[in-house]
Design a protein around this ligand. Structure first.
Ligand SMILES: Nc1ncnc2c1ncn2[C@@H]1O[C@H](COP(=O)(O)OP(=O)(O)O)[C@@H](O)[C@H]1O
Ligand SMILES: [Mg+2]
Length: 217
């Protein structure tokens, strides 16, 4: 089992979109049993698959230590892909997610889920991006987790984007495109909506790069 965290220093940069599309690629292209785990109560990863993420009665309180994840997990509507919607006990507590107890809890739950899933994709809240968070994470895992930078919402008409791409030609690129934005209304990832589109292919290439990175360890 491998855990892939999608994070960035900013909000609104395409993290949730990338997490949702990567999760679909994992399940549909690599045919792996995959869980998309929404760690951002404001993020709406489950919403992108048509699930109401904010049902207070059904939301688990995983991080409050109440119950296991199985009751909270929902089918996505796509084969081999399940969703773990944002956790009620995370609401307002994002800043505490880095607290040691919460991280241990995350690790413990992920461990328990490793029997059922080959890939767990985390859609992270912006707070997980703090440098201190990464250091803690690395210390916890006794090594740096491999990192794969991505140029998200790439717009070739913008000079800064072009310059960044020229500087880092090997970084995977996800283009700025209305087809990608449409996942919010269609509830379908780019690969399901338009499999041969350049947008769907950009996510497939990113997923291949992730799998390659995992294989190298
Ligand atoms: N590659 C893209 N092209 C066009 N729109 C995008 C792209 N990625 C994300 N968006 C849109 O930008 C907004 C923020 O994306 P989101 O994935 O929620 O960002 P984050 O999770 O970083 O806050 C959403 O409306 C989403 O549909
Ligand atoms: Mg998000």
């Amino acid at each position: 089992m491998a855990v892939i965290a999608v994070y960035s220093v900013k909000g609104g940069v395409g993290k949730t979109t990338i997490a949702a599309n990567l999760a679909w690629c994992s399940a549909a292209i690599s045919r792996r049993r995959t869980l998309l785990w929404d760690l951002d109560p404001a993020g709406g990863a489950a919403f992108l698959f048509g699930l109401d993420a904010n049902d207070p009665d059904r939301a688990a309180k995983l991080f409050a230590g109440k119950g296991g994840p199985d009751k909270a997990i929902r089918p996505s509507g796509f084969d081999r892909l399940d969703l773990l919607p944002a956790d009620e006990s995370l609401r307002g507590l994002e800043s505490q997610l880095l607290a040691l107890g919460k991280r241990r809890r995350l690790g413990k739950i992920a461990q328990a889920l490793s029997r059922e899933y080959e890939r767990i994709i985390l859609d992270c809240p912006p707070v997980l991006n703090e440098v201190s968070g990464q250091d803690d994470f690395a210390a916890n895992h006794k090594q740096h987790p491999p990192i794969l930078p991505v140029l998200s919402m790439y717009d070739a008409r913008r000079r800064l984007h072009k310059e960044t791409r020229a500087e880092w030609p090997n970084w995977p690129v996800i283009p700025m495109a209305s087809l990608i934005e449409r996942m919010a209304d269609t509830k379908r990832p780019a690969g399901a909506l338009a499999p041969s589109s350049p947008q769907a292919q950009s996510f497939a290439r990113l997923w291949t790069a992730v799998e390659r990175k995992l294989a190298k360890g």
